[in-house]
Design a protein around this ligand. Sequence first.
Ligand code: NAP
Length: 243
Amino acid sequence: MKMQDLSGKVAVVTGASSGIGQAAARLLIAEGVRVVLVARRRERIEALAAELGSNAVALTADVADPAQVAAVFDHVQERFGGLDLLFNNAGLGVNAAFEDSDPADWTRMIDVNLYGVLHCTRAAIPLLRGRPGAMICSVSSVGGRYGVANWSVYSATKFAVVGFHDALRKELGDEGIRVSVIEPGAVRTDFGANVADAMAERWAQLDAMAGEDVAQALVYAFAQPGRVLVEEILLRPVKQTAP
Ligand SMILES: NC(=O)c1ccc[n+]([C@@H]2O[C@H](COP(=O)([O-])OP(=O)(O)OC[C@H]3O[C@@H](n4cnc5c(N)ncnc54)[C@H](OP(=O)(O)O)[C@@H]3O)[C@@H](O)[C@H]2O)c1
């Protein structure tokens, strides 16, 4: 089957300063895509852009702030005249038994994992319209399909992303805009920083995936012919048998 040639396409990758987003940016650049790197840590995305060359642009923004998000997409429109891929990847998880969890952490997770996806997606839609093979792909989680103990609020945000995408797919499909979700299991990144030691132990036990594994799933979906929607990809380490 003929795959789409991705060279010259334009992508926005949120959460590009680390982990899955950084791996996705590298792989998209290797495919000839022009990539806008978005995250809050300016020095990290600027260093990555310098390393990746002239097809990479770093734009600092907090995806939970609609004004900062609007400025990013205004810049993308001015510079590139449109957008082919929005990779909504920025996110965080705070591990806690629900009863002991801090409402300030609920707010942080909902603001970034849900509102961040909503703000970026709404700002991106006008730029995606009319671009053949345009795609919105958001990172949910295995925890967005199955509840995970001690990650309950995180799971709730990721279930919300799946529900939002299922509805949005029905709104945008007729226009040829592909709406897709990726649901990774354990990936070795900076995720779960409040329980970093326990995460490192679990990743070792599970032979956890690398950010590149998720990036390959993204590129697989994006490179399908424009008529093909890869609606959902759940990928997990083979040793992660639950949840
Ligand atoms: N690792 C896993 O096992 C796993 C499994 C399933 C799903 N996921 C999901 O994968 C996505 C990427 O996470 P990761 O594992 O790569 O973790 P990570 O290494 O901690 O990366 C998270 C990224 O999100 C960015 N980010 C966080 N808050 C942001 C905000 N308010 N505005 C803009 N960017 C923000 C961070 O950049 P700045 O701090 O520089 O802003 C960073 O680049 C998340 O949505 C996560 O929920 C991860």
